[in-house]
Design a protein around this ligand. Structure first.
Ligand code: CTP
Length: 466
């Protein structure tokens, strides 16, 4: 397969620039985000936000909502994560908040943070206002208590460096020392300083995520810094764990195609390991993958992993002999590693088999797809290219996969077939015959089983004579 070129996609950037000219007029002048927070949050969360502000005041501290919460409220996008920063004793504030339905609070004292999971979807993060220093590129930062202004200065992008007070006396009042509101208005993703991507190269992936999620663009200087950091191998300093976490988040974005394309165009992953390139035509391939997933939602198993199916694309050019090196770039769980490994090992042969399929019977589809994890089956059909078509997948997942013989191994033993490998072989052939509608009733199955057994016995006899 041919990898995409390594140059920055000018066309994509130009497209992004056009979209970003849809201005959010007036955003730069916002002084009070209170009404926007109220519009974005469910009533109980808005009340909780106010009571956290009140509690902080009672502890002689001041609380702010920051980052994505403020950004999304201004953009009018729904968000259920509350990022709160406290000037003062954040841990005391976290401890004294115990919403009735909160699960256990998770404290990280080294970072001065507490996470309150309200339910599977809603999290409240409370952190002390802090400044950070990085001992080495890509390392986790060392933190010291600081003011909200200093706290905003340590962040990734100006659009994430806006705070709003949640104190009772000035609820909603905006702090925007880095002109994040102006960048939100014109649709710019801009770092706060030149070392930002080197200090924390996960910001390269985060930046690509925001540019694509909001149809924003990088400001020119930021894009230069991003390309320079990649060129200087900054991405290699990200630990496999953090790299995997960031990609997981990126790949489950609503429409991750543009971001995945940008990852390839900016050489983000192949700067870590040269084989991590995506095939030509990845945008239509990704669209097909998404289309297949939507069509088969009801039929895919619960552990089907959307992010993993997208990661497989980056393994489309990995030679089987190099799979161990490829896996060591990421921090995958056991199942994920198994799926990636199987994909690389079977990819070329299965792809050829899919391409050569000519009006296959359902039993052939079963033979081809059933040994494959579903992420692999979908990705391979999407990779098939222009002719990729949904029908074989649809027939496999909706019909062939769900057909099984009525007879069990015990039934076969009762029929006098001795325990041994013949049982498995008969059940397999029975299944294929049933998939193709050649047997229907239990009686049909018994007759076919006897037939298969006779054939197997004849085969053994012939082999003995030979
Ligand atoms: N942050 C940062 N650098 C990082 C990660 C996070 O500066 N590498 C800061 C940003 O200010 C960000 C905030 O921490 O807004 C919270 O991080 P996170 O929850 O990951 O991002 P959100 O802004 O909530 O964005 P998303 O909608 O993608 O979750």
């Amino acid at each position: 397969m041919i990898a995409v070129g390594f140059t920055t996609s000018k066309k994509l950037i130009a497209m992004g620039r056009m979209q970003s000219s849809i201005c959010r007029a007036g955003v730069a002048g916002i002084k009070d985000v209170g009404p926007m927070l109220q519009a974005m949050l469910p009533e109980y969360l808005f009340s909780l936000l106010k009571s956290i502000g009140q509690t902080a005041s009672e502890h002689s501290s001041k609380a702010y909502v920051v980052g994505g919460t403020v950004r999304d409220a201004i953009l009018g996008r729904p968000s259920l994560d509350l990022d709160i920063v406290v000037e003062g004793d954040a841990m005391a504030v976290a401890k004294s908040i115990s919403p009735a339905d909160s699960k256990k609070i998770v404290f990280n004292r080294a970072f001065g943070t507490a996470c309150i999971p309200l339910d599977d979807e809603v999290h409240i993060d409370i952190a002390m206002a802090r400044a950070e220093t990085y001992s080495a590129p890509g390392a986790l930062p060392t933190v010291i208590p600081a003011s909200i202004q200093e706290d905003l200065l340590r962040r990734d992008f100006t659009i994430n460096a806006i705070a709003a007070s949640i104190a009772p006396d000035d609820f909603g009042t905006v702090s925007d020392p880095l002109q994040g509101l102006s960048d939100l208005e014109i649709g710019l993703v801009r770092t706060l300083h030149d070392k930002s991507f080197v200090d924390d190269p996960t910001r390269i992936i985060r930046g690509i995520k925001y540019v694509n999620r909001f149809s924003f663009v990088f400001d020119h200087h930021t894009q230069d810094q991003l390309e320079l950091a990649i060129w200087e191998d900054a991405v290699k300093t990200i630990s496999p764990h953090r790299l995997t976490d960031e990609l997981r988040l990126l790949f489950i974005e609503e429409k991750p195609w543009g971001a995945i394309w940008d990852l390839a165009q900016f050489c983000v992953l192949n700067s870590v390991w040269c084989y991590l390139t995506i095939p030509h035509e990845s945008l239509p391939i990704l669209q097909k993958l998404e289309d297949f997933e939507a069509m088969l939602t009801e039929y895919l198993p619960d552990d089907y992993s959307i992010w993993l199916a997208r990661l497989l694309l980056f393994f489309a050019n990995v030679p089987p002999a190099k799979i161990a090196d490829g896996l060591s770039v990421f921090d995958l769980n056991q199942r994920e590693s198994r799926v990636v490994e199987q994909f690389v090992l079977v990819r070329d042969e299965s792809l050829a088999a899919i391409k050569n399929m000519n009006s296959p019977k359902d039993s052939e589809l079963y033979g081809l797809f059933s040994p494959l994890q579903p992420e692999i089956a979908l990705t391979l059909v999407a990779l098939r290219g222009k002719k990729a078509n949904r029908v074989p997948l649809q027939r496999y997942f909706t019909r062939a996969l769900n057909v099984a013989p009525e007879l069990t191994g015990d039934d076969l033993i009762e029929m006098g077939i001795g325990p041994g490998p013949a049982i498995g072989e008969i059940l397999k052939r029975l299944r294929l015959a049933k998939i193709d509608g050649e047997v229907r009733t239990r009686e049909d199955e018994r007759a076919v089983a006897q037939n298969i057994l006779r054939n197997l016995a004849e085969d053994v006899e012939t082999e003995r004579k030979v």
